[in-house]
Design a protein around this ligand. Structure first.
Ligand SMILES: *Cc1c(COP(=O)(O)O)cnc(C)c1O
Length: 377
């Protein structure tokens, strides 16, 4: 077990409130300056030089994110994809990564498009099957990448076992923890080296900030390379976005708990619905990965995927019939959204033609169930 200084609600609030502004304001000010005064000797004086390298609001954000995941260090980015890109760019050239076959479609596209150019080898693997993971190990395997639950099929990876396997070959484990969020899962506890977040989702929680982060268990060489990429390539969040994200994170644990509760209710409703063939939600006992999910997660998150009993066209029509649930991609907002996943993923999609993905928001669950009843028919 990692040792956290305090409980998550307290970390979420106090982890980003410290600041050194002269006004003694309770909430840190937004510091928009792009540059910081030199010492008399003509060089950097204190933590800041130029805002691409760092600034007070980004430091507050990185501190609270590192504490939420129990890591030693964090680098914040302008999007989740910028954060993921930094991990692959930080790998040794010629190294090999094992990637889940149903990895986030943006990650798949980046690897398929740039993997070769970056001189990286990778193998897409069913991460539920440890034997398959083991069989895909090569002499140059330097990282195992995981995402649990996966998107959109909600496959559950046994993190403790995957991390143990990685240790035997001296490979790192990076976990995309966007869907569970730090309330429900802390991969570092199970031995992960790097945790990635699209902070655009639950941490921001209101569909109005794009952002990403890499949290590292250790302040090590790999993290130093990620930091160099962050500061050098400059895909960094603005001071205003860092400030707003810190504001959102202060209420995140309570929001997330309500996402968990609402999603459980909706998943149970959908399981009994005659027009639904299958529901993928790790909080259902019928889910294939339920036992592992229950052992490693403290809640099951706000995302549900399900198969509609109908064609692609009929599935699209059901999605178009909602009155409350917004037809949109992305997830993690306080407003519920859903989408026909294959249409939204485009030509590299692996999603079944009748799969609908629902991001359960914080409306009253009874109102959401009413809307589902009328839309699904
Ligand atoms: C959204 C998302 C990303 C990409 O993050 P952006 O902030 O959109 O760049 C990566 N992984 C998962 C699981 C996501 O849901």
């Amino acid at each position: 077990m990692i040792k956290k200084s305090k409980n998550i609600e307290t970390i979420a609030i106090h982890g980003s409130l410290e600041h050194s502004s002269g006004s003694r304001s309770v909430v840190p000010p937004i510091e928009v300056s792009t540059n910081f005064e030199h010492s008399e000797a003509g060089h950097q004086d204190g933590d800041y030089l130029y805002t691409r390298h760092s600034n007070p609001n980004r430091l507050q954000l990185e501190k609270v994110l590192a504490e939420l995941e129990g890591g030693e260090a964090c680098a914040a980015f302008s999007s989740g994809m910028a954060a993921i890109g930094s991990v692959f760019q930080a790998m040794e050239e010629g190294s090999h990564t094992i990637v889940p076959e149903d990895v986030y479609h943006g990650t798949r596209k980046t690897l398929n498009t740039f993997g070769k150019r970056w001189n990286l080898e990778f193998t897409f693997t069913d991460m539920r099957d440890l034997e398959q993971v083991q069989n895909n190990i090569r002499p140059n395997t330097k990282m195992i990448y995981a995402e649990t639950p996966s998107n959109p099929l909600m496959h559950i990876t046994d993190l403790e076992k995957v991390c143990a396997l990685a240790k035997t070959i001296n490979a790192k484990v990076c976990v995309d923890n966007t869907w569970p969020s730090p309330l429900n899962l802390n991969p570092i506890e199970f031995g992960a080296d790097l945790v990635m977040h699209s902070t655009t989702k639950y941490l921001a929680g209101h569909s109005d900030i794009l952002g990403g982060a890499i949290i590292s268990a250790k302040q090590d060489e790999m993290f130093d390379r990620i930091r160099t990429i962050q500061q050098g390539q400059g895909a960094v969040p603005s001071a205003r976005d860092c400030w707003l994200l810190c504001r959102s994170i202060r209420s995140f644990p309570y929001r997330m708990r309500a996402h968990n509760e609402n999603a459980q209710k909706l998943a149970e409703f959908l399981s009994d619905h005659p027009k639904i063939k299958e529901v993928y939600y790790p909080g259902l006992e019928s889910h294939q990965g339920y036992e592992i999910a229950r052992a490693q997660m403290s809640g099951f998150g706000g995302m549900i995927s399900f198969l509609f009993d109908g064609t692609e066209e009929e599935s699209l029509k059901a999605v178009a019939s909602s009155k409350l649930i917004t037809r949109a991609t992305s997830l993690g907002g306080i407003e519920s959204t859903w989408e026909h996943r294959r249409s939204s993923e485009g030509d590299q999609s692996h999603s079944p033609e009748n799969l609908i993905r629902l991001s359960v928001g914080l409306e009253h669950p009874d109102d959401l169930i009413e809307d589902l009843k009328q839309a699904l028919g």
